[in-house]
Write a protein that binds this ligand. Structure first.
Ligand code: DQA
Length: 145
């Protein structure tokens, strides 16, 4: 199995950006954590981060993977185009957030992509990604529906 970890705008700033919300660890630390987790599951993993909506859309459309874990950052709350990109592929996509978006500003409570994702995980820090990978693994191995 191969999965894509897709990160949207400003997630390249992890470690520097609002550490009281997103923690002190960097995107590279996050990737190491995920790589180790995927090794245990025997999953191949690809990482991609972009600050540009169109690049994220191109990546969703062109990825030959079994599942996508997607932190769309602020585009979560604004992007019809990303929602349409997710709808346009058969690949299961899990939406993740590091922070608990529901305990933050009201504009973060609405996600345009949640309705077209397989599931949503938020609020567990970097572990949100591991929980999403685990959910994807259970889904892909058809153990749980
Ligand atoms: C985020 C939450 C979004 O509201 C915010 O715009 C981000 C990060 C998170 O991971 O908690 O960029 O997706």
């Amino acid at each position: 199995m191969k999965i894509l970890i897709l990160n949207g705008p400003n997630l390249n700033m992890l470690g520097k950006r609002e550490p009281e919300i997103y923690g002190k660890n960097t995107l590279s630390n996050l990737q190491d954590l995920i790589e180790n987790y995927c090794k245990d599951l025997k999953y191949d993993v690809e990482f991609y981060q972009s600050n540009h909506e169109g690049d994220l859309i191109d990546k969703i459309q062109s990825s030959a993977v079994d599942g996508i874990v997607f932190n769309a950052g602020a585009y979560t709350h604004t992007s019809v185009a990303l929602r349409d990109a997710i709808s346009s592929v058969k690949t299961p996509v899990i939406e993740v957030h590091i922070s608990n978006v529901h305990s933050r500003e009201e504009f973060r409570h609405k996600s345009l992509i949640s309705p077209v994702c397989l599931g949503v995980i938020c609020g567990f820090g970097f572990n949100s990604y591991l929980l999403a990978i685990n959910g994807l693994h259970l889904f892909l191995s058809k153990d749980v529906k």
